[in-house]
Design a protein. Sequence first.
Length: 251
Amino acid sequence: MLAIEGVSVAFGGVRALEEVSFEVPEGQVCGVIGPNGAGKTTLFDVVSGLRRPDAGRVRLDGRDLTGTSPAARARAGVRRTFQRTQVFGRLTVADNVLAALDWHESDRRWGGGGLAADLAGWPGRRRRERERRERVAEVLELCGLTPLREAYAAALPVGRRRLVELARALADRPALLLLDEPTSGLDAAQTARLAEVVRALETTVLLVEHDMGFVMDVCDRVVVLDLGRVIAAGAPASVREDPVVRAAYLG
Ligand SMILES: Nc1ncnc2c1ncn2[C@@H]1O[C@H](COP(=O)(O)OP(=O)(O)OP(=O)(O)O)[C@@H](O)[C@H]1O
């Protein structure tokens, strides 16, 4: 479970976040919405470790992550995607996912052990290799990318590249997935396909998104920020009907 507890951030006189608190239970998808300047990006930066809050805490499964670096959060199982997709264009779709898996594994296991350890560990390595290939196949299937597994990522339209990025982030079963404006640059069909994939995930997800339709479609819970404060939180349908939310959007 992700817990945001009394998080505040100020930029000079501007209170970007003021005592923001909410929780995302394990396996749920939570969307953060709000008008321009509401504090969404700042909140995302606090959760991913790019910005240290002036007050409050961020916990993941009870573990206090406040003040830890983005790299330490990655080791704790936090993954994020970016508005501009970050994939290896000259690798195939399958190799993109495999590379992500290798990267996170080696990051956890660094220390090595030399040639003797390598030889002694050979049978285990073969098993691990098979497990890795199986995991890649599983993630590609989940993201609807199996037919494209041998395609080069650079040749794909942006909607597919976004799915490749998602597959990379999911590869080693993250504890928390952060999606930053996942629909930006996607057309309606691509957005609908992405929504299907996100709905099928069993991962805890926090996403920031301008596309209300997408948020209402994929989220179990929606948190609405306005001028740095949580003005509403709950199921998509109740948030949509909330007069306070409507007033905030209409200005
Ligand atoms: N680095 C910064 N220095 C000064 N003020 C900032 C900084 N970053 C954000 N702010 C201010 O903090 C407030 C919240 O900004 P933030 O970018 O988090 O909002 P947002 O909801 O992501 O907005 P948008 O939807 O426009 O991206 C705004 O008033 C913004 O001008």
